[in-house]
Every structure is written in C-alpha cells, then in structure tokens.
Design a protein around this ligand. Structure first.
Ligand code: NAI
Ligand code: MG
Length: 489
C-alpha cells in the first residue's frame, strides 16, 4: 500500500460531489444536493448531487447502450485485465480512499485501509475468474449435442449500504463486470464519497463510457427508481429486512432476479469444551468491530452455563481495553454512522436497562467525546430471550449473553429467530460442532473462528437474512444467464 499524507483540508477540498453517468461528471437536473456528515464530529463534510428518477433513467439508459455497444466485444480475459488494472489503481490510491471512508462513516483509518485491501482482493479474485466461468455439455444421447452458454444478464443495479461503503460496491460490482454486465450503483445517502471516487478510478482504468455509473441519492427516490426501471435486469442489495422486502416486491413487478443480504442476530455458541481464550478473543472483533455495524457480527452469545462466567469475564476484560474515538485518531471503535443509527442503538440500550437486563459492560457514552455518535462497547446479560434486545438486529456495539444447558437447547435458541445469516460454534469436539453445523439454519457456519472466509467463500442468508449468495464463483453466477443450445445431428 502506498502511504502518503493528506491534510484534512486537502481531502475536504477534493471530495467528489457529482454523479458519474455515461463517462461524465454531472449534477442533478434540478440542482438538488444533500449533505454528507462526519459522524465523528457531526459537522457537514460537503454537499453531493442528489439524484432522482431522472438521473437514474439517464444512467440506466447509458448502461443499456454500453451493454449493447463496445463492452460486449471485450473478451472475458480483457474484462479481467481491466478489473486487474482497477485493483492496481485502487491500491495506489488506498490511503486517499480510506481517508474518504473514515471521514464519511467514522471508521478508524486502520479499518478503512483494511477495507480497501479487501476491495483489491475482491477485484482481483473476480478479474482472475472472468475467463473461467464455463458452461457445460448435457448428455442427451448419440443424436444430439447440447451445451450451455453463459451470457451477462445485462444492466445491473447495485444498492449499497453505509457500513462498508466501498467494500459493498466491490462485492457486487466486481463480479458483475467480470460477467460482462454493466452497472448502476446507488450508494447509501450516508456514505456517497468512496463510490464516486471508485467511479473516477474506473474511468482511469479504461472502462468504456456507460459501463460503470454512480448516482448518489436517497433510497426512496433514486433507489426505488433504479429497482423499477424496466431496463434493469438484475438487482443486488444489502441492507435492512424492511427495505429488502420493498426491493423484492418492486423486483417482482418486473420479474427481475435479486440478491438480497439482510443482516442477522448471529449466535456465537460457546460449548463447555471450547477454547475460551480463542472464543473470547474472536468475540471482541465479532461484536465490536466496525462498532457492531456488521451484518455478520456476533451479536448474540449463547453460552454453556458452566463456562458463561469465565467467558464473560475474559470478554469484558478485553472489551474494557478497546479505545473509542474519532476515525482519524485510529482508535479501535469509531462512532456510529448517523444520528438515526445512534438513536436506534441508544433506544435498545435504554429499553434493555429499563427492562432489568444487567449491563455487564458499557452502555454509555465514552467520556471526553461530546460530539459524534459514540457508544461504548456494551454487553447485556440476564436478558429476557423474548425481548427485542435479544431478538432484533441492533447494528451497534451491543451484544447480549444468554445461557443454555444442552446442545438441543442451544440449537433451538439459534434457530428460534427469523434470521439465518451466520452461526458460530466453539467446541473442541469437531463431531459435535459439525452436528450443530448440519442442523443449524444459517447461510454460513463458522467453527472455532469468526469472520472466516473472505473473497472466495460464498456468503448470504436464509429466512429473513436474504436471498442468494455473494462472493466466490456463485457471486459471479448471479450476473450470468444460462442459455441452453440443443442440436439434433
Ligand atoms: P436501508 O436498508 O434502508 O438502506 C440501505 C440502502 O438501501 C441505502 O442505499 C438506501 O438508500 C437504500 N434504500 C432505502 N430504501 C430504499 C427503497 N425503498 N428502494 C431502494 N433502495 C432503498 O438501511 P438503513 O435505513 O440505512 O439502516 C437501517 C438498519 O438496516 C440498520 O440499523 C441495520 O439494522 C440494517 N442494515 C443492515 C446492513 C447489512 O449489512 N445487512 C447494512 C445497513 C443497514
Ligand atoms: Mg457521512
């Protein structure tokens, strides 16, 4: 990674603030803008063009033209080369991108840099796979030849959340481009900056005009317009269950395929034979990394009653050492992204405290931080398993601890919610852990580790945690239609 030094003023002066449509930087037709906020200080960072139905229509039409223009003459290997080049440009600009991200969403710089590294890995994985997506031959007998061809689905919509603004762009856009699709990206209104900076680097990498478009704006206007646009042939969304349902309904009208990744309340199950040091160490990042604003966070600890106290003591000891502060100061936890998210997280903490649940750790605002959306790492125990605190996604540095006595009880608790994203199991008995993995309702199961996977391993949810899988080769197949060709000899 290149390391240079940017002053805050230089960064603020260079914030991208226009849409990127058909290879050009453009404002909104009606001149509308919105403000993006630094959640570490609550100060306005800058104004960004606010797109709506019109900008989305122009962008989707540009993507449609590009889909049927030059772009289809790029061989899969050539598409891969462009994506490799984009990864190199992003790597060279890693520090600038990371600082934009930190200013916009408050992440500690070390985490933002890690995210940019992940973006490069995602791009390179998909770049390398671009010319390896093969069809198959189907045995119909001596008198026939039958095979499949994989074709790009066409214009794809990417509706991105704010917790990993650039990471989520790369997660779906890299495979879409590898598959030969064109893209229209709608970043979250809380975090438009790095998606716009990404567009600039796509332009420098040499993607033809219209292949990559970014329209900044809000969900209810720009996002909804993108979902319903008749020329959009595939939609990828990460965010809340509520918005996921709206997007699924909108997509149903146009019979468009969707990939929806919708969060969870992920149980970390710690059996009595677990390596407690390992489990408590993983739990720190699992519950408090990115200030808990992670769909796959370990937000629900299910602890065997016999080790519960030791686990919580270790976890609390580690958590008490975590520093909370401004993203630019590179503490362990930054602020939450917005006043809305802060209010949401506070309301769960306040309701939990009122309900008589016991605060094992945190619950307050770190001392010395008057402005900014800061919340201490927080752990509740003695929680009513039927309460909102124990059942709902909080999306902040707040975890609950519940106890069990038997594996069957732990399994019932794990499967007892509407979510099914990730389950973690800690046990030294691999057969026991695998039996649990077999029976648990989740898109991913992690054994004796948290956040296992990365670019190569598919991820996604079942039940209310979503539809479809991202990452790995399944992540590219989302953007390919299968065409079957049958020949009678
Ligand atoms: P959201 O799901 O409303 O927003 C995510 C994205 O969807 C944003 O780009 C937004 O502009 C867009 N969007 C919103 N309404 C839309 C619509 N009607 N049509 C098309 N696009 C639309 O999430 P929000 O309100 O920012 O956060 C609320 C909660 O959602 C969080 O507290 C958290 O629990 C969950 N969440 C989960 C994420 C995950 O990684 N699974 C990421 C972000 C939020
Ligand atoms: Mg912001």
């Amino acid at each position: 990674m290149t390391v240079r030094t940017y002053s805050r003023t230089d960064l603020i002066d260079s914030l991208p603030d226009l849409h990127f449509i058909d290879g050009k930087w453009t404002g909104s037709g009606d001149g509308r803008t919105f403000e993006t906020i630094d959640p570490s200080t609550e100060a306005v960072l800058g104004s960004v063009a606010r797109g709506g139905v019109r900008e989305i229509d122009v962008a989707v039409n540009a993507a449609h033209r590009a889909q049927h223009g030059d772009w289809r003459n790029f061989s899969p290997a050539q598409r891969g080369q462009l994506i490799f080049k984009l990864a190199d440009l992003i790597e060279a600009e890693a520090e600038r991108l990371a600082l934009f991200e930190t200013l916009d969403v408050g992440k500690p710089v070390k985490e933002s840099l890690g995210d940019v590294r992940g973006v490069c890995a995602t791009l390179r994985y998909n770049a390398g796979a671009a010319d390896k997506m093969e069809g198959s031959t189907i045995p119909l007998g001596r008198d026939f030849v039958d095979f499949t061809m994989l074709e790009p689905v066409g214009v794809t919509a990417h509706i991105v959340p704010w917790n990993y603004p650039l990471g989520m762009v790369a997660r779906s856009v890299a495979p879409a481009l590898a598959a030969g699709c064109t893209v229209v990206i709608k970043p979250a209104e809380q975090s438009p900056l790095t998606a716009l900076a990404f567009a600039e680097l796509c332009q420098r990498a040499g993607f033809p005009d219209g292949v990559v478009n970014v329209v900044a704006g809000f969900g209810e206007d720009a996002g909804a317009a993108l979902v319903s646009h008749p020329l959009v042939r595939g939609i990828t969304f990460t965010g809340s269950v509520e918005t996921g349902r709206k997007i699924y309904s909108g997509a149903a009208q146009g019979l468009k395929p969707v990939v929806l990744e919708l969060g969870g309340k992920n149980p970390m199950i710690v059996m009595e034979d677990a390596d407690l040091e390992r489990a408590a160490f993983d739990a720190l990042d699992g519950a408090f990394g990115n200030s808990g604003q992670v769909c796959s966070s370990s937000s629900r600890f299910l602890l065997h009653r016999s080790i519960r106290e030791e686990f919580l003591a270790r976890l609390a000891e580690g958590a008490a050492k975590l520093t909370v502060g401004k993203g630019l100061d590179n503490c362990d936890l930054g602020p939450l992204v917005s006043s809305e998210q802060y209010a949401k997280v506070r309301s769960y903490i306040d309701a939990g405290s009122k309900s008589g649940a016991k605060l094992r750790l945190g619950g307050g605002r770190p001392r010395g931080l008057e402005a900014g959306y800061f919340v201490e790492p927080t752990i509740f125990e003695g929680v009513d398993p039927a309460s909102a605190l124990a059942r709902e996604e909080i999306f902040g540095p707040v975890a609950v601890a519940l106890s069990f006595d038997t594996d069957a009880e732990a399994l019932a608790m794990a499967n007892g919610l509407g979510f099914g994203l990730v389950t973690g199991v800690y046990s030294r008995d691999i057969s026991r852990a695998l039996t649990f993995a077999r029976d648990v309702e989740a898109g991913s199961v992690w054994i004796n580790g948290w956040f296992i996977g990365g670019v190569q391993a598919p991820t996604g949810g079942i039940k209310e945690s979503g539809v479809g899988r991202e990452r790995g080769l399944p992540g590219i197949r989302n953007y390919l239609n299968i065409k079957n060709i049958g020949i009678r000899l």
